[in-house]
Design a protein around this ligand. Structure first.
Ligand code: IMP
Length: 428
């Protein structure tokens, strides 16, 4: 009963989409367990170039069932758009996409509230994707949420919707001075979604357990990353779910003993989108060079990503809380041609060297990175598929990262396409 979790190990955007696509060749199921359409997973394969936001990245392998678990928040209009776009490009979705009846809905008022609360925060804005993620998870936690299954019973949904909408409208109007939404308008949308989404809604948890009993291979697809985790990330500049291994189990109703592999996906440097502390951030020419070379712009919002050197203190914390059995290192090729490359191995805080990630963002803001510097390499790593094609300086860099992360690097991705990768040890 093998299940493998593929998790973002930094602040998201590590290239998980490519890795999930790459590793799903042998999968029977690919399942998303958290987040919503705040995610942007880029997949480039022989069928084309795709940006996925909600549909799991296993959709391109015809044998896979693609599940959106109970931990996911579903935005119906954008999901329907994504399904339509995939179908128009010849990808078969019918009978291959399953949404847990327990997943929560992102409602139009969640999107409105996300945007209103971000403007109200002013300078301290989190820099959310504006997709209603935080308010949808808040409603879930405060027992005001609506679940996908409720779209299957509109008569019961309507009074529940009235209650939740009254609650949301009170915030929209009294806290933020916005305009209330009308029950009939929101209900009409729910009726439309009920029609178009009902074929995809089902007993995802039961089906997953059944597949595992039959010895099927399940790939759990993470979204966002460990440092955006609601509990373990750089709070409050985080997302509202748990993209870490515990969230993977909760968000699909699996138990930890069913996981045989936890795969952490790290970029060879760091990026983050939105606000919050980023000790190794490069604000000058080097950062611009990496951003331009790697086209570091958000798949979901198009925002330029902040860029920085690899932060081994963050990486080590990420590794500690997730227990990676394997690491995938992506975008090594972006560092081709640099004179030297730095790795942050400790912080200086109030004149003292520290080797741990402080929990309070007040402390983290004042952490100054302490770097080790490594020589760069001239020979390209781009497109390499064998380890012996890597220049020795790149090998030294990768080995040091492996030592600092504390888990084996089993795959090195050297380009955006499906087969541009070096497999050192087979994972799935
Ligand atoms: P939210 O998830 O839209 O509420 O945004 C909260 C924070 O998480 C913001 O800093 C976003 O930029 C960041 N974020 C959310 N999803 C992603 C992602 O898929 N990749 C990178 N950053 C993300």
């Amino acid at each position: 009963m093998p299940a493998y979790a593929i998790l973002g190990a930094q602040w998201g955007d590590e290239g998980k989409g490519k890795i999930v696509d790459f590793l799903s060749e042998k999968a029977d199921v690919v399942a998303r367990f958290a987040g919503g359409n705040n995610a942007g997973h880029t997949v480039i394969n022989n069928q084309g170039h795709f940006s996925l936001h909600q549909v799991p990245s296993g959709i391109f392998w015809p044998q896979t069932l693609n599940v959106m678990g109970s931990g996911v928040v579903v935005d119906p209009p954008s999901l329907l758009e994504e399904i339509k776009s995939l179908k128009s490009r010849g990808i078969d979705v019918e009978g291959r996409l399953l949404i847990s009846e327990r997943a929560h809905l992102i409602m139009p008022y969640h999107i409105e509230l996300d945007q209103l609360s971000e403007s109200a925060r002013g300078e301290n804005a989190i820099g959310t994707t504006g997709r209603g993620i935080g308010p949808a998870y808040s409603d879930k936690a405060s027992r005001n949420g609506l679940r996908v299954s409720e779209l299957l019973d509109l008569n019961t949904l309507k009074p529940r919707l009235k209650e939740t909408l009254d609650h949301a409208n009170a915030f929209i109007t009294k806290v933020y001075g916005g305009k209330p939404m009308k029950l009939e308008d929101v209900f009409r949308k729910c009726s439309e979604w009920s029609q178009s989404l009902s074929p995809y809604i089902g007993a995802a948890e039961d089906i997953l357990h059944e597949k595992l009993k039959q010895n099927g291979v399940i790939v759990l697809e993470g979204a966002q990353g460990a440092l955006l985790d609601l509990d373990h990330g750089t709070y409050p500049f985080v997302t509202s779910s748990n993209p870490t291994v515990g969230g993977a189990c909760v968000g699909l109703g699996l138990h930890p003993s069913q996981l045989v592999g936890v795969i952490g996906v790290f970029k060879a440097y760091c990026t983050r989108v939105g606000g919050g502390p980023f000790p190794t951030e490069l604000t000058g020419q080097t950062g611009d060079r990496i951003r331009d070379l790697a086209q570091e712009f958000g798949t979901t919002t198009g925002r330029p990503r902040r860029v920085g050197w690899f932060d081994a203190i963050m990486a080590n914390y990420s590794s500690k809380i997730n227990g990676y059995t394997s690491v995938v290192l992506t975008r090594l090729d972006v560092l081709d041609g640099f004179d030297s490359i730095k790795i942050c191995v400790a912080y200086e805080l109030n004149g003292e060297r520290i080797n741990r990630l402080p929990g309070g963002q007040g402390f983290l803001q004042h952490c100054v990175p302490i770097y080790e510097e490594y020589p760069g390499w001239d020979k390209p790593t781009a497109g390499a598929t064998r380890f012996d094609q890597l220049p020795e300086e790149a090998v030294a860099y990768v080995s040091r990262l492996e030592e600092l992360i504390g888990s084996p690097i089993d795959i090195i991705s050297t380009g955006p396409k499906r087969h541009e990768a070096i497999t050192l040890r087979s994972i799935v």
